[in-house]
Design a protein around this ligand. Structure first.
Ligand code: ADP
Length: 228
Protein backbone atom coordinates (compact mmCIF):
# COMPACT_ATOMS: atom_id res chain seq x y z
CA UNK A 1 0.00 0.00 0.00
CA UNK A 2 1.47 3.34 -1.11
CA UNK A 3 -0.51 6.31 0.12
CA UNK A 4 0.21 10.00 -0.13
CA UNK A 5 -1.46 12.27 2.41
CA UNK A 6 -1.93 16.03 1.98
CA UNK A 7 -3.24 18.53 4.51
CA UNK A 8 -2.31 21.94 5.85
CA UNK A 9 0.17 22.08 8.70
CA UNK A 10 -1.97 21.30 11.73
CA UNK A 11 -4.72 19.49 9.79
CA UNK A 12 -4.07 16.25 11.65
CA UNK A 13 -2.36 14.45 8.79
CA UNK A 14 0.44 13.25 11.06
CA UNK A 15 -2.13 11.82 13.48
CA UNK A 16 -4.13 10.11 10.73
CA UNK A 17 -0.97 8.77 9.10
CA UNK A 18 0.20 7.33 12.40
CA UNK A 19 -3.12 5.53 12.86
CA UNK A 20 -2.87 4.00 9.36
CA UNK A 21 0.76 3.04 9.85
CA UNK A 22 -0.11 1.33 13.10
CA UNK A 23 -2.98 -0.53 11.57
CA UNK A 24 -1.25 -1.65 8.39
CA UNK A 25 2.36 -1.89 9.58
CA UNK A 26 3.81 0.10 6.69
CA UNK A 27 6.59 2.68 6.83
CA UNK A 28 5.69 6.26 7.79
CA UNK A 29 7.78 8.66 5.73
CA UNK A 30 7.39 12.13 7.20
CA UNK A 31 9.68 14.72 5.65
CA UNK A 32 9.52 17.11 8.63
CA UNK A 33 10.37 14.30 11.08
CA UNK A 34 13.38 13.27 8.99
CA UNK A 35 14.70 16.84 9.19
CA UNK A 36 14.03 16.99 12.95
CA UNK A 37 15.84 13.68 13.46
CA UNK A 38 18.89 14.96 11.56
CA UNK A 39 18.83 18.20 13.58
CA UNK A 40 18.70 16.23 16.85
CA UNK A 41 21.66 14.09 15.80
CA UNK A 42 23.56 17.22 14.71
CA UNK A 43 24.30 16.02 11.15
CA UNK A 44 25.35 18.51 8.45
CA UNK A 45 21.98 18.00 6.75
CA UNK A 46 20.20 18.61 10.04
CA UNK A 47 22.11 21.82 10.74
CA UNK A 48 21.39 23.16 7.28
CA UNK A 49 17.72 22.11 7.33
CA UNK A 50 17.17 23.79 10.72
CA UNK A 51 18.06 27.18 9.24
CA UNK A 52 14.94 26.77 7.06
CA UNK A 53 12.57 24.81 9.32
CA UNK A 54 12.91 27.25 12.24
CA UNK A 55 11.68 30.11 10.10
CA UNK A 56 8.95 28.07 8.43
CA UNK A 57 10.58 28.08 4.99
CA UNK A 58 10.83 25.02 2.76
CA UNK A 59 14.16 23.23 2.78
CA UNK A 60 15.52 23.57 -0.80
CA UNK A 61 14.35 21.00 -3.36
CA UNK A 62 17.97 20.06 -4.11
CA UNK A 63 18.14 18.58 -0.59
CA UNK A 64 14.56 17.43 -0.06
CA UNK A 65 13.77 15.66 -3.35
CA UNK A 66 16.72 13.19 -3.41
CA UNK A 67 16.34 12.63 0.35
CA UNK A 68 12.71 11.50 0.00
CA UNK A 69 13.17 9.51 -3.22
CA UNK A 70 16.09 7.64 -1.62
CA UNK A 71 14.09 7.02 1.53
CA UNK A 72 11.28 5.44 -0.49
CA UNK A 73 13.83 2.96 -1.87
CA UNK A 74 14.84 1.68 1.57
CA UNK A 75 14.08 -1.94 2.47
CA UNK A 76 11.34 -1.07 5.00
CA UNK A 77 9.36 0.62 2.22
CA UNK A 78 9.07 -2.53 0.11
CA UNK A 79 5.70 -3.51 1.55
CA UNK A 80 4.28 -0.01 1.45
CA UNK A 81 4.41 3.45 2.96
CA UNK A 82 2.45 6.49 3.97
CA UNK A 83 4.09 9.65 2.67
CA UNK A 84 3.33 12.71 4.77
CA UNK A 85 4.69 16.23 4.14
CA UNK A 86 6.00 15.66 0.62
CA UNK A 87 5.42 17.02 -2.03
CA UNK A 88 4.93 20.66 -0.97
CA UNK A 89 5.43 22.41 -4.29
CA UNK A 90 4.92 21.57 -7.99
CA UNK A 91 8.56 20.55 -8.65
CA UNK A 92 8.43 18.07 -5.78
CA UNK A 93 5.13 16.70 -7.14
CA UNK A 94 6.61 16.20 -10.61
CA UNK A 95 9.76 14.57 -9.19
CA UNK A 96 7.69 12.21 -7.04
CA UNK A 97 5.26 11.14 -9.77
CA UNK A 98 8.16 10.62 -12.23
CA UNK A 99 10.30 8.78 -9.70
CA UNK A 100 7.49 6.41 -8.72
CA UNK A 101 6.54 5.81 -12.32
CA UNK A 102 10.16 4.96 -13.25
CA UNK A 103 10.41 2.62 -10.27
CA UNK A 104 7.15 0.91 -11.26
CA UNK A 105 5.68 1.70 -7.82
CA UNK A 106 2.85 4.17 -8.46
CA UNK A 107 0.61 5.61 -5.76
CA UNK A 108 -2.34 3.42 -4.73
CA UNK A 109 -4.31 6.27 -3.18
CA UNK A 110 -4.11 9.94 -2.26
CA UNK A 111 -5.80 11.52 0.75
CA UNK A 112 -6.41 15.24 1.13
CA UNK A 113 -7.43 16.57 4.55
CA UNK A 114 -9.09 19.96 4.26
CA UNK A 115 -9.27 22.51 7.09
CA UNK A 116 -9.55 26.30 7.20
CA UNK A 117 -6.47 28.30 7.73
CA UNK A 118 -7.76 29.64 11.09
CA UNK A 119 -8.33 26.16 12.49
CA UNK A 120 -4.94 25.02 11.25
CA UNK A 121 -3.26 28.00 12.91
CA UNK A 122 -4.97 27.43 16.27
CA UNK A 123 -3.91 23.78 16.19
CA UNK A 124 -0.29 24.63 15.40
CA UNK A 125 -0.18 27.08 18.30
CA UNK A 126 -1.79 24.44 20.53
CA UNK A 127 0.35 21.48 19.53
CA UNK A 128 2.65 20.01 22.19
CA UNK A 129 5.00 17.06 21.76
CA UNK A 130 5.01 14.04 24.04
CA UNK A 131 8.37 12.21 24.23
CA UNK A 132 6.45 8.94 23.74
CA UNK A 133 4.76 10.27 20.58
CA UNK A 134 1.19 10.60 21.91
CA UNK A 135 -0.65 13.41 20.12
CA UNK A 136 -1.48 16.39 22.39
CA UNK A 137 -3.15 19.62 21.38
CA UNK A 138 -4.64 22.46 23.43
CA UNK A 139 -7.04 23.22 20.57
CA UNK A 140 -8.37 19.68 19.99
CA UNK A 141 -10.93 18.14 22.37
CA UNK A 142 -10.05 14.55 23.21
CA UNK A 143 -6.28 15.06 23.14
CA UNK A 144 -5.95 18.15 25.35
CA UNK A 145 -2.92 18.04 27.63
CA UNK A 146 -3.23 18.24 31.40
CA UNK A 147 -2.41 21.52 33.21
CA UNK A 148 -3.30 25.20 33.23
CA UNK A 149 -0.02 26.60 31.88
CA UNK A 150 3.42 25.56 30.58
CA UNK A 151 4.75 22.99 31.05
CA UNK A 152 1.74 20.85 30.16
CA UNK A 153 1.62 17.08 30.65
CA UNK A 154 0.53 14.29 28.29
CA UNK A 155 -3.17 13.37 28.69
CA UNK A 156 -2.22 9.75 27.99
CA UNK A 157 1.03 9.01 29.82
CA UNK A 158 1.59 12.08 32.02
CA UNK A 159 5.01 12.90 30.54
CA UNK A 160 6.08 16.56 30.40
CA UNK A 161 5.33 18.04 26.99
CA UNK A 162 7.43 20.35 24.88
CA UNK A 163 6.55 22.64 21.98
CA UNK A 164 8.28 22.39 18.60
CA UNK A 165 10.51 25.41 17.92
CA UNK A 166 8.67 26.20 14.66
CA UNK A 167 5.27 26.00 16.41
CA UNK A 168 6.27 28.54 19.08
CA UNK A 169 6.84 31.29 16.52
CA UNK A 170 3.66 32.80 15.09
CA UNK A 171 5.53 34.35 12.20
CA UNK A 172 6.96 30.95 11.18
CA UNK A 173 3.45 29.47 11.40
CA UNK A 174 2.10 32.15 9.03
CA UNK A 175 4.92 31.46 6.58
CA UNK A 176 4.19 27.68 6.63
CA UNK A 177 0.47 28.28 6.06
CA UNK A 178 1.20 30.74 3.23
CA UNK A 179 3.24 28.04 1.52
CA UNK A 180 0.47 25.46 1.93
CA UNK A 181 -2.35 27.68 0.68
CA UNK A 182 -0.39 29.03 -2.32
CA UNK A 183 -2.27 27.52 -5.26
CA UNK A 184 0.27 28.73 -7.82
CA UNK A 185 3.67 27.74 -6.48
CA UNK A 186 2.98 26.11 -3.14
CA UNK A 187 1.40 22.96 -1.80
CA UNK A 188 -2.09 23.50 -3.20
CA UNK A 189 -0.44 23.62 -6.63
CA UNK A 190 1.18 20.24 -5.86
CA UNK A 191 -2.21 18.94 -4.69
CA UNK A 192 -3.72 19.98 -8.02
CA UNK A 193 -1.04 18.19 -10.02
CA UNK A 194 -1.40 15.00 -8.03
CA UNK A 195 -5.20 15.22 -8.26
CA UNK A 196 -4.95 15.53 -12.07
CA UNK A 197 -2.64 12.50 -12.14
CA UNK A 198 -5.15 10.51 -10.05
CA UNK A 199 -7.96 11.37 -12.44
CA UNK A 200 -5.89 10.34 -15.45
CA UNK A 201 -4.72 7.09 -13.89
CA UNK A 202 -8.00 6.26 -12.16
CA UNK A 203 -6.34 6.29 -8.74
CA UNK A 204 -8.41 6.65 -5.56
CA UNK A 205 -8.52 10.24 -4.27
CA UNK A 206 -10.14 10.76 -0.87
CA UNK A 207 -11.09 14.22 0.43
CA UNK A 208 -11.71 14.55 4.17
CA UNK A 209 -13.08 17.26 6.45
CA UNK A 210 -10.25 17.65 8.96
CA UNK A 211 -12.30 19.81 11.33
CA UNK A 212 -14.22 16.72 12.49
CA UNK A 213 -13.16 14.57 15.48
CA UNK A 214 -10.09 12.36 15.05
CA UNK A 215 -12.14 9.09 15.14
CA UNK A 216 -14.60 10.41 12.61
CA UNK A 217 -11.86 11.53 10.23
CA UNK A 218 -10.26 8.11 10.64
CA UNK A 219 -13.56 6.32 9.92
CA UNK A 220 -14.11 8.39 6.78
CA UNK A 221 -10.54 7.78 5.75
CA UNK A 222 -10.95 4.00 6.02
CA UNK A 223 -14.25 4.16 4.19
CA UNK A 224 -12.73 6.24 1.40
CA UNK A 225 -9.89 3.76 1.05
CA UNK A 226 -12.31 0.83 0.97
CA UNK A 227 -10.94 -0.63 4.23
CA UNK A 228 -13.13 -2.12 6.91
P1 ADP B 1 4.13 21.07 9.56
O1 ADP B 1 3.33 20.23 8.61
O2 ADP B 1 3.46 21.32 10.85
O3 ADP B 1 4.66 22.33 8.94
P2 ADP B 1 6.35 19.24 9.26
O4 ADP B 1 6.92 18.45 10.37
O5 ADP B 1 5.66 18.50 8.18
O6 ADP B 1 5.42 20.28 9.98
O7 ADP B 1 7.52 20.13 8.59
C1 ADP B 1 8.37 20.93 9.35
C2 ADP B 1 9.30 21.70 8.44
O8 ADP B 1 10.16 20.79 7.70
C3 ADP B 1 8.63 22.54 7.36
O9 ADP B 1 8.18 23.79 7.84
C4 ADP B 1 9.78 22.69 6.34
O10 ADP B 1 10.73 23.64 6.78
C5 ADP B 1 10.43 21.33 6.39
N1 ADP B 1 9.84 20.43 5.37
C6 ADP B 1 9.00 19.40 5.61
N2 ADP B 1 8.61 18.83 4.45
C7 ADP B 1 9.22 19.53 3.46
C8 ADP B 1 9.22 19.45 2.04
N3 ADP B 1 8.50 18.53 1.39
N4 ADP B 1 9.97 20.34 1.35
C9 ADP B 1 10.71 21.26 1.96
N5 ADP B 1 10.74 21.41 3.29
C10 ADP B 1 10.02 20.55 4.04
Amino acid sequence: MRILIFGPNGSGKGTQSALLVNRFQVAHIESGAIFRDHAKRGTELGKEAKTYTDRGALVPDSITIPMILDRLNAADCAKGWILDGFPRNPSQAIALLDGLSKAGTPLDAVVEIQVDREIAKARLLGRRTCPAGHPNNLAIPGIQPVGEHEPYFCWKCGAELIGRSDDMDENAIDIRLNIYFDAENGTLAAVQRVHDWCKKSNTTYVTLDGSAKIDQVQAELCQGLGLT
